[in-house]
Design a protein. Structure first.
Length: 240
């Protein structure tokens, strides 16, 4: 075989051998979860879905956040309701306290006014019941003390008329206060019943007579506690 034939045979042998693609070396930078697939000359990577894992994690975090938000909202509502309840309770207690205090003040003021009216009425009745025919001028002065101008004028006239009775009888009486009671109170006008123990001596008998005189005294607190009406003076004298 000539050299030319040998060369032709060698070329035919190389043409008959199949082409073999070189496999690439494993990549050192291949990320975890990726696989290298090689088919012929084409090389592909199979990537596992991280996006799905990310969405799942975000969903879990969102769920936890929503639960935390709901829990905080309930706590806020509970705290707000508690605060409102406390404020309401304090308001009610304050209202009750102020109302009770006003009621106590009103009752105390009313009690003071009643006591003042009874004191005025009893004092007037005691002075009116004490009479001495030898010093009726002093009695007439006491008779109009603390009275209104209109009543003062009426009592002065009544005292002159009573003088015509007291002098002939030689009337001499002393008085001691017993008690006084407010019978009514309308608009600051007090009607007071005053009771006085009276010892009376007259020309008709040597012994003193014991009696109880009752005076009805009307007092107007709106007019500086003036006495505006009196009843019982004439009756007390007439009984003797």
């Amino acid at each position: 075989m000539t050299d030319k034939n040998l060369a032709a045979q060698a070329v035919a042998t190389e043409s008959a051998e199949p082409d073999v693609a070189e496999l690439p070396a494993p990549s050192e930078n291949l990320e975890p979860g990726k696989m290298m697939m090689t088919t012929g000359e084409a090389t592909t990577e199979k990537v596992e879905p991280k996006e799905k894992e990310g969405k799942t994690a975000d969903t879990n975090r969102a769920g936890k956040g929503a639960r935390r938000q709901v829990s905080i909202s309930f706590r806020s509502l509970a705290a707000g309701a508690l605060i409102v309840s406390l404020v309401g309770a304090v308001g009610v207690l304050t209202w009750l306290y102020v109302g009770a205090e006003r009621k106590i003040d009103t009752q105390a003021r009313q009690s003071e006014n009643i006591a003042r009216a009874e004191k005025i009425g009893l004092g007037y009745a005691t002075n009116a019941a004490a009479m001495n025919f030898q010093d009726l001028d002093s009695w007439k002065v006491k008779l109009v003390v603390g009275t209104s101008p209109d009543l003062k004028d009426r009592l002065t006239k009544a005292a002159e008329q009573m003088k015509q009775i007291l002098v002939p009888l030689q009337w001499n009486s002393s008085a001691q206060p017993l008690a006084a009671k407010v019978r009514s109170n309308k608009g600051g006008i007090y009607d007071v019943d005053s009771f006085v123990s009276v010892q009376t001596k007259t020309a008709q008998g040597p012994d003193a007579l014991q009696s109880t005189a009752t005076y009805r005294v009307t007092i107007d607190s709106n007019k500086d506690w003036q006495i505006t009406d009196v009843g019982g003076i004439g009756a007390a004298v007439a009984e003797k």
